[in-house]
Design a protein around this ligand. Structure first.
Ligand code: ADP
Ligand code: MG
Length: 263
């Protein structure tokens, strides 16, 4: 098998231009990278680097201008069945008139899964994010961090192979963020997911990722591809004070500074 055929996600010479009557924005220049099944890849880059655009192309929500994206061997032309996506604005992604349980159940209903099986899958997803006790609550009755856990439960409920997250913890406080980071590590190791996690937080990228891709400013390309060989399991108390952690964050930080300077 070729490397590409083995990859869970393959991005080949991706280019994306936003074209309107008034202006033309080349958001992604020429982007190529492969993600192996089961890897935890973090993506960082300056604001406006095209990270969200990239994820929308991966998720089949935007068509590439040139190049292609492949998920589990199939070229993406519509939202892939085996991929889950979590965006930053979870407040807007949950339905306030539906309970937590109904929100998590929605994608399962859309897939035509039978009621008994749905109930089992929802319960297991809510347990996985430690929200088994709030299934009958409404999203607006919960804190920001809990709402984001509902969005994550909804994403894992239908057992995707690939999970894509766009700055999912940008709007929560530091302690909640640390808890959510550990939840991601827990879900990743428990469910064997391939993770693609976009963040603007360098420490978060190094803490979570086995690999950090540093993107340039638009038109985007890959500036650096950093392997993170920190010992596992990672813990907030030990990983962040590991000598290699400081070295890795400096390398990623320098990459982003270089990207900004080249703008
Ligand atoms: P990031 O997520 O890294 O901050 P985005 O993917 O949101 O970057 O944006 C990349 C570039 O594309 C920016 O210059 C942004 O202004 C532009 N852009 C994003 N969405 C659109 C759109 N719908 N129409 C035109 N330009 C857009
Ligand atoms: Mg973005």
């Amino acid at each position: 098998m070729t490397a590409q055929a083995m990859a869970a996600v393959s991005v080949e010479h991706l280019n994306k231009v936003y074209q309107s009557k008034e202006r033309r924005v080349e958001a992604i220049g020429d982007l190529s990278f492969d993600v192996r099944p089961g890897d935890f890849t973090c993506i960082v880059g300056p604001s406006g680097a095209g990270k969200t655009t990239l994820l929308k192309c991966l998720a089949g929500l935007l068509a590439p201008t040139r190049g292609a994206v492949t998920v589990n061997g199939r070229e993406v032309t519509a939202p892939p069945q085996d991929m889950a996506v979590v965006f930053q604005e979870y407040g807007r992604s949950l339905f306030p008139w539906k309970t937590v349980r109904e929100n998590v159940e929605l994608p399962l209903r859309e897939r035509g899964i039978a009621a008994a099986e749905r109930a089992r899958m929802v319960a297991s997803a809510l347990d996985a994010v430690a929200l088994g006790h709030v299934g009958d609550s409404y999203p607006w009755q919960l804190s920001g961090g809990m709402q984001q856990r509902v969005a994550i439960a909804r994403a894992v409920a239908y057992q995707p192979k690939v999970m894509v997250l766009d700055e999912p913890f940008a709007a929560v406080d530091a302690q909640t963020r640390a808890d959510l980071e550990d939840l991601m590590l827990h879900l990743w190791s428990k469910l064997g997911l391939t993770m693609i996690f976009v963040t603007h937080d360098i420490d978060e990228a190094v803490y979570l990722g086995q690999r950090v891709l540093v993107l340039s400013s638009s038109p985007t390309r890959v500036l650096d591809d950093v392997r993170v060989d920190l010992p596992s399991p990672r813990t907030q108390a030990h990983t962040r004070v590991h000598p290699d952690f400081a070295e890795l964050r400096t390398r990623v930080y320098s990459g982003i500074q270089a990207a900004k300077a080249a703008k």
